[in-house]
Design a protein. Structure first.
Length: 424
């Protein structure tokens, strides 16, 4: 499609947009009396208007039923989390039995590593991407130390090549082959938080499994953003937070995926609690742990129902829309944003550089050569909520659920103004 940098053209794209009506399903913060242009759905998704109703429902049940709410609320609390497994399985390409919702992301990665990082004297290495999200680095480092290894002997990072901003799949595969029998686990962010790159999860998983390693993906920036087929790719485990593209609310619960072949395996090492034991016999309070036959076996505590409520609300929107149409719009709106950035570059003689490779999801990371913080602050003051990363990269993620093509056009106009007035 031949794009144009004009209001009329952006309006036309909005009119043709099948997801247009969903914009009204979300609350937008306002700056200068106008809805913001929201580019940080990769950090905290906007609030779906129905979320409050789902929370109120739980509050009401608590008020009216107190403890009876566990079994007698309209949506009983004791198995409330089961309502999320179906919709989530369709977002990540898994069977519902392979999904559970519990805790938060970093905690779940630790818990899953109890099962899937079981180093021996000869097979103990973990492969990850260099400069992984800090929490992931701390997780790997502390796990390795916990098992009595040194970070520099056990953690191997795949580097980007000099002068390049992305990882090459061939370099990841080469490292896997190189480490071979010593490789215990590959754990990478499926979509990189900094440059927005989508890793070739299928190929990397296949290669890592062929050398006998476990494979886990941190899907914080991937879930609700890109196509995932965790089950078909034979991924061992994955976890994600729900407050980024999944719009479930700040710090909200994490989802996990465990491949079906580990479900019901009675001798798999795992940290266990009462919510992982069979629900039929849970309240007999027996000393023996009988694992649930699905991924709920990894649950430890009874989950916070107040947290699950807005997550369920958001998932109902995902069910209604489906990943396929979200991805279709995402590809188009990101391409339009890319086009707008090029137009502004040309119009103003700047040389902003998109460092996101063509394997991308919703996010474009832009190197602001010749500009810095003053331009970013100008954008914020004029209603653009974007994200700043040192040294001078801004991350722009036009979430397809609620961003419009007119937002992209308006952003271009504000950016242009900013460049002309904030030249350094
Ligand atoms: C956002 C993000 C996290 C956040 O972890 P929490 O445990 O939810 O605080 C972890 N890893 C990656 C890659 C992320 O992008």
């Amino acid at each position: 499609m031949q794009f144009e940098n004009s209001l009329a053209f952006a309006q036309k794209l909005d009119t043709q947009d099948e997801l247009r009506k969903y914009r009204d399903e979300f609350h937008f913060p306002k700056i200068n009396g106008e809805d913001v242009i929201y580019f940080t759905g990769n950090s905290l998704g906007l609030q779906p208007k129905i979320a409050k109703r789902y929370i109120d429902e739980v509050m009401e049940d608590w008020k009216e039923l107190a403890v009876e709410g566990h079994f007698h609320a309209d949506k009983p609390w004791w198995d409330y989390h089961e309502r999320l497994a179906g919709p989530l399985s369709r977002v990540v390409g898994a069977n519902p039995e392979e999904i559970s919702v519990m805790n938060t992301l970093s905690v779940n990665l630790h818990l899953l590593m109890v099962s899937f990082y079981r180093p021996t004297k000869t097979r103990f290495k973990i492969l990850c991407e260099e400069k992984a999200f800090p929490s992931d680095q701390y997780i790997l480092q502390s796990q390795v130390r916990f098992h009595g290894f040194e970070n520099n002997e056990a953690i191997v990072e795949v580097k980007k090549r000099t002068g390049e901003y992305f990882w090459r799949t061939e370099d990841v595969l080469k490292k896997i082959e190189e480490i071979g029998d010593e490789l215990a686990l590959v754990m990478i962010g499926g979509v990189n938080y900094y440059n927005g790159q989508v890793f070739d999860m299928e190929t990397i998983t296949k290669t890592a499994k062929s050398v006998g390693a476990y494979v886990g993906w941190d899907l914080a920036h991937a879930v609700g953003n890109v196509e995932l087929k965790l089950h078909d790719w034979k991924v061992d485990f994955a976890a994600w937070c729900s407050y980024k593209y999944m719009n479930s609310g700040p710090g909200n619960a994490s989802g996990v995926y465990v491949n079906e072949k580990y479900l019901g395996e009675s001798d798999i090492p795992r940290f266990e609690g009462w919510w992982g034991t069979k629900k039929e016999t849970r309240f007999l309070m027996k000393p023996e742990f009988e694992p649930m036959s699905n991924a709920d076996a990894w649950q430890i505590s009874n989950p916070s129902v107040l947290a699950l409520a807005p997550y369920l609300a958001s998932l109902e929107l995902f069910e209604e829309v489906g990943m396929e149409s979200l991805i279709k719009k995402r590809e188009k709106i990101v391409s339009y944003l890319e086009f707008i950035l090029q137009e502004i570059n040309n119009d103003t003689n700047t040389s902003f550089e998109i460092i996101t490779p063509k394997e991308r999801g919703c996010q474009l990371s832009v190197f602001l050569h010749g500009h810095g913080r003053p331009l970013f602050d100008y954008l914020t003051q004029n209603g653009v909520i974007a994200d700043w990363r040192e040294p001078n990269v801004i991350r722009l993620a036009p979430a397809p659920f609620y961003c419009s093509y007119q937002d992209m056009f308006r952003f271009g106009q504000i950016l242009k103004e900013g460049i002309l007035t904030k030249r350094v």
